[in-house]
Design a protein around this ligand. Structure first.
Ligand SMILES: [Zn+2]
Ligand SMILES: [Zn+2]
Length: 167
């Protein structure tokens, strides 16, 4: 597996988590089959460019995606927990250290790009185009359609290189 391969994770309607690798430069396997319930998904091919940039969801083809840090919450909680235990012996400096380490780790963590529609997670995509962080307006428009009060229409090209949401 090359570091530029695209790693997909999606949750099957049956609740089983599927992990899938789409080799860099290749269209990848066309079908993903769930081991638990035999549900088949057909992968949308051609959603990445030759540099490994992701232009749409590889699973459902929707062009609106958001980025978030791929930070394991358990790790952050574990660090703070350990620091809290050590606090009385370190004049509480351990808590300061844990906060700094948490922050540092957070900054170095790679990003995961998530589809608004099917919530497929994409790891290993190139940084360009960049998809901004989660935008509630997009999520609400997709969920409620025309009934959404704040339904801003989809930008041409989806969220690729879109500005960060203002709120
Ligand atoms: Zn399943
Ligand atoms: Zn999708």
């Amino acid at each position: 597996m090359s570091p530029r391969d695209l790693r997909l994770r999606l949750v099957c309607p049956c609740g089983h988590t599927l992990d899938w690798v789409v080799p860099f430069g290749g269209a990848g396997p066309e079908r993903i089959a769930c081991e638990a319930c035999d549900e088949q998904r057909v992968l949308e091919a051609g959603r990445t460019d030759e540099d490994g940039g992701l232009w749409a969801c590889q699973v459902c083809g929707h062009a609106e995606l958001h980025s978030r840090k791929d930070f394991p919450v358990a790790l952050g909680i574990g660090l703070v927990g350990a620091a809290a235990l050590a606090a009385p012996f370190t004049a509480y400096l351990s808590l300061v250290a844990a906060t700094l380490i948490d922050w540092g780790l957070y900054l170095c963590m790679p990003e995961v790009v998530v589809c608004y529609v099917c919530e497929a997670q994409h790891r290993g995509a190139a940084g360009k185009p960049r998809h901004p962080r989660f935008d509630r307006e997009i999520a609400e428009r997709l969920k409620y359609g025309k009934k959404a009060v704040m339904g801003r229409p989809m930008r041409e090209g989806g969220t690729a290189d879109a500005p960060e949401p203002e709120h």
